[in-house]
Design a protein around this ligand. Sequence first.
Ligand code: IMP
Ligand code: MG
Length: 176
Amino acid sequence: MHADLDRVLFREDEIARRLDTLASEITTDYMGKELTVLAILNGSLIFMADLLRRIPLPLELDCLRVRSYYDEMESSGQVSFDRSALPKLADRHVLLLDDILDSGQTLAAIVEAVREDVKPLSIRSCVLLRKIKTRARPIEADYVGFNIGDEFVVGYGLDYQERYRNLSVIGVLRKP
Ligand code: IMP
Ligand code: MG
């Protein structure tokens, strides 16, 4: 799998060090609050597991399975998830976790649905990676692991056609 990468952007130890800082910011901000983390699957699975074990708060965890349709390496803008599967969190502070903020369409659609249907005490978002670019939907995340250029990346949960999620590094996929 490593051989399919053009270059590695973040090694395991670099990701771990960044997660230490991110987790301590989140811990400070949500101290004493009723926090539910809503993780967007599948992409955030590995990020979620590593981040949450660094947050020593009595938080709760829910997951939402979301599909964003891709034509090769470009977002098609179609986001699909089961709105009726959103948990009841009206008395909780919600932190959305996603792997990457690209066009913004996934995060915007989920934030909108959660605000309308769930009406939590607050909603913020945390992404491991944020692409620096002009987004189709003008949304930003409240917590960001790393800023990257507008390139297609895989590993540490991120896939290309469902592969490479189990790579321990994050890297740019070699162009075919
Ligand atoms: P957005 O809706 O365009 O912001 O894209 C969000 C979703 O698209 C993410 O949750 C990822 O699943 C996927 N995605 C966007 N960019 C990449 C990438 O560079 N590599 C792998 N998946 C990506
Ligand atoms: Mg994907």
